[in-house]
Ligand binder design. Structure first.
Ligand code: MN
Length: 255
């Protein structure tokens, strides 16, 4: 079993190391991850410049590849043959914040797992809902344990084609965890504010700021499960067709 591990926070992020360590119980782990933070980069594909890869060592001494492309580039490069040994699964994370609702199209963590679908490989994204502005080092141990457990079960059951798993783990101790819910994609409320400032030359620049998003805690959704203290596992597909509305638009009789 050969598992590719990546993330969107950068190869040296502690969440990636915790995930890689936990997955080594299941087989060989190869890490190919961005050399900087790509959070909220979406499903990117770098085509207009060369992509560089360097061999690095993580804090625990394990080898990794640092790539100057996006998380999805890391997966594509590995699958295109940069990594010679056949890859059986892609696991992305552990992102230090939850990826819920509409986050999934922004999230580099989730889009790395989406890229696995392109390569017909099982893809799993793992995020932990640590509190915003958390000052202590984040404890990734429960999320790493859950991520490895989901990966193990995915290998045993095999994922349907075109389906990836978005796993979100509440930031609680192991004993406080209520269980695991299979959920649907919920709703995020963004609280973005546009900041307009002047650069040293007097020219305006913009920065998207504001408070972090909140999840609408509806039962059965990703945000709902987290709010109740459950791990949320949402099966996602890259087929974004609005099936419920196909008839509506057919009735428009486009001419
Ligand atoms: Mn991130």
């Amino acid at each position: 079993m050969h598992i590719l591990v990546t993330n969107d926070d950068g190869v040296f992020a502690p969440g990636l190391q915790a995930l890689a360590q936990a997955l080594r119980d299941l087989g060989k782990v190869t890490v190919v991850a961005p050399d900087k933070n790509w959070s909220a980069c979406g499903h990117a594909k770098t085509l207009t410049r060369p992509i560089r890869v360097e061999e690095v060592s993580l804090a625990d001494g394990s080898p990794a590849f640092a790539c100057d492309g996006a998380p999805s580039d890391c997966v594509a490069l590995a699958c295109l043959g940069m990594i010679e040994e056949k890859i059986d699964m892609v696991v992305s994370g552990i992102n230090p914040n939850a990826n819920l609702g509409h986050d999934i199209t922004y999230s580099g963590t989730v889009t790395a797992a989406m890229e696995a679908i392109i390569w017909k490989l099982p893809g799993i994204a793992v995020s932990v809902d640590s509190p915003n502005g958390h000052e202590e080092p984040i404890d990734f141990s429960l999320a790493a344990h859950v991520g490895a457990r989901v990966a193990k079960m995915t290998l045993e059951h095999t994922l349907p084609e075109n389906v990836l798993l978005n796993v979100n783990v509440p930031y609680v101790g192991k004993d406080a965890l209520k269980g695991i819910q299979v959920t649907r994609q919920g709703i995020r409320k963004y609280r973005d504010k546009l900041l307009r400032r002047a650069d040293p030359h007097g020219k305006p620049y913009y920065w998207i700021g504001g408070d972090p998003p909140v999840g609408v805690p509806q039962a059965g959704t990703d945000a709902g499960a987290l709010a109740e203290g459950y791990v949320s596992i949402t099966p996602l597909t890259l087929d974004l067709t609005a099936y419920d509305h196909q008839e509506t638009f057919t009735a428009w009789n486009f001419t």
